[in-house]
Design a protein around this ligand. Structure first.
Ligand SMILES: C[S@@+](CC[C@H](N)C(=O)[O-])C[C@H]1O[C@@H](n2cnc3c(N)ncnc32)[C@H](O)[C@@H]1O
Length: 462
């Protein structure tokens, strides 16, 4: 592939002749492909055995695997069932650094399409609150779809600017990830368009934007809280220099060490003006040092005792309004749902535990979308099928990968149903829910969402 002249010159100057030669050689080689098993649905070990793909573990992510391009995991129905997320291998290192725990309040500020958010949510085991935000509406919708597919029930998906979010949540979060918009130098192999768009001016613009986003992240971080900053670019202006100036601007931030294995290297102190040795605590993932693309990661902590601020809790719907839902639940689900129910118009959600009042924020998904209250009846949402295990449904319509009915189902067509299956049934592939169907008179009506039908059958690497 062809690289911008000014980029070649800059990297050669920074790295020296010998190292830059090894670095540039990677652009002639094929990149590595990765996917991450979804522990909310299957343990990584079991997944590796069942997948049928050619998998090798990613050393720095316990649920991560390299796959071979010919495996085409984006076309497999297990992808639609949310058993894994296709993700560039180096990117998997970032969310591991957050160390999110069940019950915490975590923010992913620049989250679409959701690679890191889905990894963070898995670490939280759907407990606590994950605010996952994206500034652009279309990308926020893609993020929301991925949150749904992976069976995540503790997320508020927001479509806000960092400024508006910070006005709403000052000092609120235990942990924040800023996976910043950047000049994307580390992704030139994966996304050659980024190379066409590259210029030294664009690097400067990105750095200015990142600094503003970090200011807002700092405002939202509680005392004692952890902030992880990452980019997929090599430019020191967006990486070490960004962290150097952040430490000067906010003396109550401390740069924490990152454990580096599997070819991950220290950040380059010598590429900052201050040459502050602490900068070496940051991490660089280089394509010539490991099997993956370029990334930079820094982990910081705000001094002080853990005193993240509290917010007013969201108001929950009265039980009397849940009558039709409860009838549906009684008929279709094996167990009764507990927690804070919330109506947005006719749509019913089960909110994440300790969910704050989000009136006034642009929220496009609030916890688990249970379904829609229709006239005198309740219709389940796709998210409900994907959030529960196969055993959670009283009636299931079972298909297998081998029988091929999954293709008919993902195209949105009806299927012949055995007479014993009646009403709402979860369509399960090899035991894993894929979506809803409704059986009557020997036919299974298809409730696979229209917007997903076409996409479900073509390869997508988001
Ligand atoms: C590197 S991508 C995030 C990738 C994502 N974390 C993942 O793992 O899938 C950066 C995101 O920042 C968003 N973004 C762009 N401008 C922004 C801004 N001014 N404030 C916040 N986010 C912004 C982009 O739309 C993009 O989705």
């Amino acid at each position: 592939m062809s690289l911008p002249e000014a980029f070649i010159k800059k990297m050669t100057h920074l790295m020296g002749e010998k190292e830059s030669a090894a670095f540039f050689r990677t652009y002639q080689e094929q990149r590595a492909f990765g996917l991450r098993a979804n522990p909310l649905k299957i343990t990584p070990g079991v997944w590796a055995k069942r997948s049928g793909f050619h998998l090798k573990p990613v050393s720095f992510c316990p649920s991560g695997f390299y796959y071979e391009e010919a495996d085409e995991p984006g076309k497999h129905p297990f992808h639609q069932a949310g058993l894994y997320y296709i993700q560039e291998p180096s990117a998997m290192f970032v969310a591991e650094q957050i160390g999110a725990l069940p019950g915490e309040k975590v923010l992913d500020l620049c989250a679409a399409p959701g690679g890191k958010s889905t990894q963070i949510a898995a670490a939280m085991d759907n407990k606590g609150l994950l605010v996952t935000n994206e500034i652009y509406p279309k990308r926020a919708r893609a993020l929301s779809e991925n949150i749904e597919r992976m069976g995540i029930t503790n997320a508020l998906v927001t479509n806000e600017t960092p400024e508006r979010l910070a006005d709403y949540f000052p000092g609120y979060f235990d942990k924040i990830l800023v996976d910043a918009p950047c000049s994307g130098e580390g992704m030139f192999r994966k996304d050659p368009e980024a190379a066409e768009y590259w210029s030294t001016g664009h690097v400067r613009e990105c750095a200015a934007l990142q600094s503003k986003i970090l200011d807002q992240a700092y405002r939202m971080l509680g005392a004692g809280g952890i902030l992880v900053y990452s980019t997929c670019t090599f430019s020191p202006e967006e990486d070490e220099q960004m962290i150097d100036s952040l430490l000067t601007k906010y003396p109550d931030l401390e740069l924490l060490p990152i454990e580096k294995t599997g070819g991950i290297e220290d950040g380059r102190t010598e590429w900052t003006e201050s040459e502050n040795p602490v900068i070496s605590r940051t991490a660089r993932l280089w394509p010539h040092r490991l099997s993956g693309e370029g990334h930079f990661v820094a982990k910081l902590q705000k001094y002080g005792d853990r005193t993240a601020q509290k917010a007013r809790p969201a108001k929950s719907a009265k039980e009397v309004l849940l009558k039709d839902y409860r009838l549906f639940e009684n008929e279709v689900l094996a167990e009764k749902m507990k927690g804070n129910f919330f109506f947005a118009g006719n749509h019913l959600f089960l909110l994440p535990g300790s969910c704050p009042d989000f009136t006034g924020l642009k929220v496009i998904r609030a916890g688990l979308h249970l379904g829609e209250q229709k006239k005198n009846r309740f219709e389940p949402n796709h998210a409900l099928a994907l959030a529960l295990p196969g055993q959670a449904f009283r009636s299931t319509f079972a298909i297998t990968f081998e029988d091929g009915d999954w293709e008919t189902y993902l195209r949105g067509e009806t299927l012949p149903a055995p007479a014993k299956i009646k009403g709402w049934s979860a369509v399960v592939i090899d035991g894993f829910p894929l979506g809803w169907g409704k059986a009557a008179g020997g036919i299974l009506k298809n409730y696979y969402p229209k917007g997903l039908r076409r996409r479900a059958l073509k390869h997508e690497n988001r």
